[in-house]
Design a protein around this ligand. Structure first.
Ligand code: PGA
Length: 255
């Protein structure tokens, strides 16, 4: 049975004290989760050791990172390696978020290398894909997302792929309040699953967790997570308040 996941992407929000408080609130109020359900908290890098310490005794809430560098070590001032993240207690690394593709000029080639770094250091990858508005308007989103997957993760073998989660995040829905409809999300998730099946076979596709991201909130999470191919969410804005995030976690536990 494939895992259902709700992952918090705090982006560049919350200082260390605020983040510590939020994690404590989540720990206090999170519902019990069955083994095939997982919550991930991806704070900024400077929180990670603290967050991982707070979450150490709670297996169903994992610590994530929002990025890692594409090389293993060396003269890359200001960068963070996958090995460092692993040693600080990180279990999941978000790779290929559209904000990093856009503002940090991350190319598919870099994303493929980042994926390798995270996997070879024993972490799971949350690989992000999703189209900009002009691609959606031209109705070419399926080919666009397929190419992102081919370039980012299709060099992996089947056993490596089993440590990858895909997050579909249409750029026009991120932070805009404009959520994809559940039909739009389901259509794309089914397409992504078919693309995985075409390359890796039906079992790999069936076991692949595919998250939706983009203005997911407690009010729309249940409908999105009820879609056959939507296995949870990657949550930005609504992950910054305990009650909103826990509302989404509850929708996942009931899905
Ligand atoms: P949002 O962000 O929930 O604020 O739209 C989602 C994301 O970018 O991961």
């Amino acid at each position: 049975m494939r895992k259902k996941i709700v992952a918090a992407n705090w982006k560049m929000n919350l200082d260390l004290q605020e983040g510590t408080t939020l994690v404590n609130e989540l720990l206090k109020n999170a519902p019990a989760l069955s083994p095939e359900r997982q919550v991930v908290i991806a704070p900024p890098f400077v929180h990670i050791a603290q967050t991982a310490g707070q979450l150490a005794a709670t297996a169903h809430i994992a610590t994530g990172a929002q990025n890692c560098h594409h090389e293993g070590a060396g003269a890359y001032t200001g960068e963070i390696s996958a090995k460092m993240l692993k040693s600080a207690g990180v279990q999941y690394v978000i790779i290929g978020h559209s904000e990093r593709r856009q503002y940090c000029a991350e190319t598919s080639e870099m994303l493929a290398k980042k994926t390798d770094q995270a996997l070879s250091n024993g972490m799971q990858v949350i690989f992000c894909c999703g189209e900009p508005l002009e691609i959606r308007d031209a109705d070419t989103q399926n080919a666009y997302v397929q190419q992102q997957l081919e370039e980012g993760i299709f060099h992996l073998d089947g056993s490596q792929l089993s440590n990858v989660v895909i997050a579909y995040e249409p750029i026009w829905a991120i932070g805009t309040g404009r959520t994809a409809s559940s039909a739009q999300a389901q259509d794309m998730h089914a397409h992504i699953r078919a693309v995985i099946a075409g390359k890796y076979g039906a079992d790999a596709a069936e076991n692949m967790t595919i998250l939706y991201g983009g203005s997911c909130k407690p009010s729309n999470a249940a409908e999105l997570f009820a879609c056959a191919d939507v296995d949870g969410g990657l949550i930005g804005g609504a992950s910054l308040k305990a009650d909103e995030f826990l509302g989404i976690v509850t929708a996942m536990t009931n899905s």
